[in-house]
Ligand binder design. Structure first.
Ligand code: AMP
Length: 368
């Protein structure tokens, strides 16, 4: 073990992301402890869990005292909850990265400052702001909560003036952003890890298909050398500006052949799940390596993959397992409409084999 590497990892949130991180840590000799509300959280199957609220000051102190480094399955922890921990434990990714990603307006401001194109947008805190934003940016547009929105939650597409009235309820909540609707050809994401010394290991691009604001499936590597180069430049700009350590994901719309950043996630990301089977080192392992100060692993793709999410209900497992080259992931969560319950990944030597297997998988997966 090198002098500066860590072995005890505290993970705030024990969802599927935390579970896959902890699983990746086991062969590296790392020991994880979670903090989460439910004894039945996905992570509880693989590591001990402190039970309670994610921002509970006493439990966070307890988690910090059992850890060399703290990291996150859930990135919406407040700066106030993290501040007292900073002198007790190393926090990776850095709290500033969490803060930027928690607010869509701050996130877009950061992208713009770094000369990364973003959707034209305006802050909306009142009905008058909304009218002004719509006059300036036009319809259609997307009205989103600035904070705590994910998987299409807390957002509404406005297509005509009549809808402005019904959007009033959301406006009452305050802290919104109105974005011009992007007629994108494609959504892609870049996932990568940055080590404490600034070295980066970036995965190939993934092309992602969303519906209702939720990722349904993705294919990777998405071969487009121009977009990949650009995405890597943007990734490194963001990661360096935040002095980032760990895995970071940035999602982009592809508009007119150009990348437009939509949002970033200061953590491992659903669009990177394919790396478990599809790359020499998974995003989860590279996150653990980065935050523990271990050398980053190769992000080389091992073939052509597709990743399909299980949303709302689980598919017929046995029929999926009969598909050659398919890996099945059940997060062990209670089914609820729209909830991410698991995913599967297909790995094939050729893109056309992957595409044909993907068509078969999509016949067997039903989203609710
Ligand atoms: P978000 O929560 O910002 O990641 O949005 C979830 C999904 O909604 C995105 O992946 C897009 O498919 C869609 N979406 C979000 N913002 C826009 C936009 N400005 N224009 C068109 N589609 C959008």
């Amino acid at each position: 073990m090198s002098a500066r590497s860590f072995t005890r990892v505290g993970i705030v949130g024990a969802g599927q992301l935390g579970r896959m991180m902890a699983l990746a840590g086991i062969p590296l000799g790392l020991r994880c402890v979670f903090l989460d509300r439910g004894a039945d959280s996905p992570g509880a199957a693989v590591a001990p869990i402190l039970l309670g609220e994610l921002e509970d000051a006493r439990l966070l102190r307890d988690l910090a005292s059992q850890s060399d480094v703290l990291t996150f399955d859930w990135e919406n922890i407040s700066a106030g909850a993290l501040a007292p921990l900073a002198k007790r434990v190393v926090i990776r990714p850095p709290p500033a990265a969490l803060e930027h990603s928690q607010d869509r307006l701050h996130e877009k401001t950061l992208f713009s400052r770094l000369k990364i194109p973003v959707t034209p947008h305006a802050a909306v805190d009142s009905r008058a702001d909304l009218d002004r934003a719509v006059r300036k940016l036009g319809l259609p547009g997307v009205l989103k909560t600035r904070r705590l929105g994910y998987d299409g939650k807390g957002q509404v597409v406005l297509r005509d003036a009549a809808q402005l009235e019904s959007a009033g309820a959301l406006v009452g909540v305050g802290g919104l952003i109105y974005e011009k609707f992007q007629d994108f050809r494609l959504e892609v994401s870049i996932v990568g890890a940055r080590a404490p010394d600034g070295r980066c290991a970036l995965y190939p691009l993934s092309a992602n298909t969303h519906s209702g604001g939720v990722l349904r499936y993705g294919i990777a590597p998405f071969h487009n050398a121009g977009l990949e180069r650009r995405a890597a430049v943007y990734f490194k700009r963001v990661a360096a500006a935040l002095d980032y350590v760990g895995v970071l994901a940035i999602e982009f719309f592809v508009v007119g052949g150009k990348l437009m950043a939509n949002e970033m996630a200061p953590r491992v990301h659903n669009s990177g799940h394919w790396t478990i089977e599809g790359c020499a080192t998974s995003q989860f392992e590279n996150h653990m390596r980065a935050i523990c100060g271990l050398p980053l692993g190769s992000t080389r793709a091992l073939g052509h993959t597709a990743m399909v999410n299980f949303l709302g209900c689980m598919p017929d497992r046995d029929r999926l397992l009969a598909i050659d080259g398919l890996a099945y992931h059940d997060y062990g969560k209670e089914p609820r409409p729209g909830r991410k319950l698991g995913h599967c990944t297909i790995l094939k030597p050729l893109a056309k084999q992957r595409d044909s297997a993907l068509r078969n998988v999509l016949k067997l997966v039903h989203w609710r």
